[in-house]
Design a protein around this ligand. Sequence first.
Ligand SMILES: C[S@@+](CC[C@H](N)C(=O)[O-])C[C@H]1O[C@@H](n2cnc3c(N)ncnc32)[C@H](O)[C@@H]1O
Length: 364
Amino acid sequence: MAGARPEAAAVSKTTSDQHAADGPVPAPAAAAQSTTGELLELALGYVYSAALHTAARFGIADHLVDGPRTAAELAEAIEVDGPYLYRLLRLLATKGVFREDTEGRFHLTALARPLCTDGERSLRDYITVRGEAVFWESAGRLHEAVRTGTTAFERLYGVPFYDHVAADPAFGRAFNSSMAAFSETLSNDVAEAWDFSQVKSAVDVGGGRGGLLRAILRRNPHMTGTLFDLKSVVAGHVLDEPGLEGRWTVAGGDFFVSVPAGADVYLLKHVLASWPDEDCVRILRTCRAAMPAHARLLAVNAMIPPGNDPHPGKTIDLLMMTVLNGKGRTRAEYEALLTAAGFTVTRVLEASPHASVMEAVATA
Ligand SMILES: C[S@@+](CC[C@H](N)C(=O)[O-])C[C@H]1O[C@@H](n2cnc3c(N)ncnc32)[C@H](O)[C@@H]1O
C-alpha cells in the first residue's frame, strides 16, 4: 500500500531519534517491543484515570501534607483496604503522582499537590467529578458518538447534559463546584492577561459561580460587575467577600434569550466549547444585542493549534464529544463564529493553553 511505507518509516524514525538522544540505538526487535509497550500503556490509559479519581475521592493527598505515610497507615486513616491502596499508589507513583521511598512511605509530590482539598489551585473536586459514572459511561460510548455524529451522553441519558445537571441537584452542586475549582486555576491568568484598567463594568455571561468576575474585581477596585448564569447556578455565587461590597450584582436567566445590557466588557469564558456552532452564534448574538457600541466581547477558550502536539483543547474536544454537543475549535473556527454573529475580532491573547482571550467588537 502506498500509504503504509512512509508511516512505518515515520514510526521507526521517531523511535530511533529518541534512543539516539538517550543512549545506544536498540536492536529492531527491542524497538518494536518498546513501541508495542507504549501502545499498550496508551490503551490502558483509563486505568490511570481511575486511579487518579480514586486518590482524589479518598483525599489521599490531604493525608500526606504533614509528611509521608505508608499505604497501611493511609488505609487505616481513610478506612479502605491497605494492600489494594498500596497497589493503586504504586501505579500513580510511576507517573510522579506521589513517590514511594525505600521504607514504603508515600510522599506528596508537586504533581500530587493540586489533589489537596485546600488551596487556590485545588483540582480535587474537578478530578473527583470527572471520574463519576456520568463521564465514565459516556466516554465508554465514544465509538457510538463517532459512528453517529451525536453526543454519547444524550444517547445514554436521554436528555442534554445541562438538563441532567439541573434535574439532579446533588450532581449539579458537585459539577458546578468542580467547574469553579477548575476555573479558579485560570481566572487569575485571564484577569492578568487583559488590561481592565480602562473599563468600568463587566458582565460575565455563563460565569458559573463568579470566580473570574471575583478575580477581575479584586484586581480592579474601580470596576463593577454582573454575574449572569442559570438561576440555580448564580445562587451559589462566591462574590460575597470583603473588598467587593457594592460592586457586584447577580442575575439568573437564559443566555439564549437575553443577557444584562449596558456594560463595557462582556466575558464568555469556556462557554462556547459546550455548544454546536448554531447555538454559539445564538449566544453571541444575544450578547451583541445587549452591548453598547463601544463595548468589547472577550471570548475565552482553549484554541486548538495546528500540528500533532498534545493540547488541552484537543482533549476537551473529545470530552465534549462524549458529554456535550459542543466542540473544541481552532482560532479560525472561533473567529468564524464571531464573524457570523456580527463581531470583528480585534486581537487574541494567550493567558494559558487552556485560556486564549479573543477580543472582539460589534461590526459597524
Ligand atoms: C462550562 S461552564 C463555564 C462556567 C464559567 N464561565 C467558567 O469558566 O468556569 C458553562 C456555564 O454555562 C452555564 N449555562 C448553560 N446553559 C446556560 C443558559 N441557557 N443560560 C445561561 N447560562 C447557561 C452553565 O450553568 C455553566 O455555568
